[in-house]
Design a protein around this ligand. Structure first.
Ligand code: CUA
Length: 152
């Protein structure tokens, strides 16, 4: 009967809508995570070998990796201590909300999103000290969220 045909058409349309909504939500979300931004479970950082113990690790002759966790309202480790005349790759993630990671007075600057690892590589030269600030509004004490980078 016509009734059944209309019912079937209506159901098909609904399924089509659900399909397009799902596709729309998943498609761009997946594309936004770049290859150099591996994902991480923000609720299980204690079990992640990179972030359970935020630290600076030597990975080559003059190469270092700094595993940094941003949180309301600070950075870990603090200070971040790296050698002069070296290449340092920061891998930064968040334990709670979206933060920023900006090394004041340099072009080193990235957004820090829970569930993602932002990577940022810098070359250090002479021993000096930099401030690190959060430049994304992240809550009541956002303006006081600071850290320190020591090049030694
Ligand atoms: Cu963290 Cu603003």
């Amino acid at each position: 009967s016509y009734e059944k045909i209309w019912l079937a058409l209506g159901l098909g349309l609904i399924l089509l809508l659900i399909g397009s909504v799902t596709y729309g939500a998943v498609g761009p979300g997946v594309a936004m995570v770049a290859a150099d931004e591996p994902t991480v479970d923000p609720t299980a950082l204690d079990e992640d070998e990179r972030f359970a113990d935020p630290r600076v690790e030597q990975v080559g002759e003059n190469e270092y990796e700094a595993y940094v966790v941003a949180y309301q309202f600070g950075f870990e480790p603090d200070p971040i201590v790296v050698p002069a005349n070296s290449t340092v790759t920061f891998m930064v993630t968040s334990r709670d909300v979206t933060h920023g990671f900006e090394v004041v007075g340099t072009n080193a600057n990235t957004m820090v999103i829970p569930g993602e690892v932002s990577t940022l590589t810098v070359e250090t030269s002479e021993p000096t000290e930099y401030g690190i600030i959060c430049n994304e509004y992240c809550g009541a004490a956002h303006h006081g969220m600071e850290g320190k980078l020591e090049v030694v």
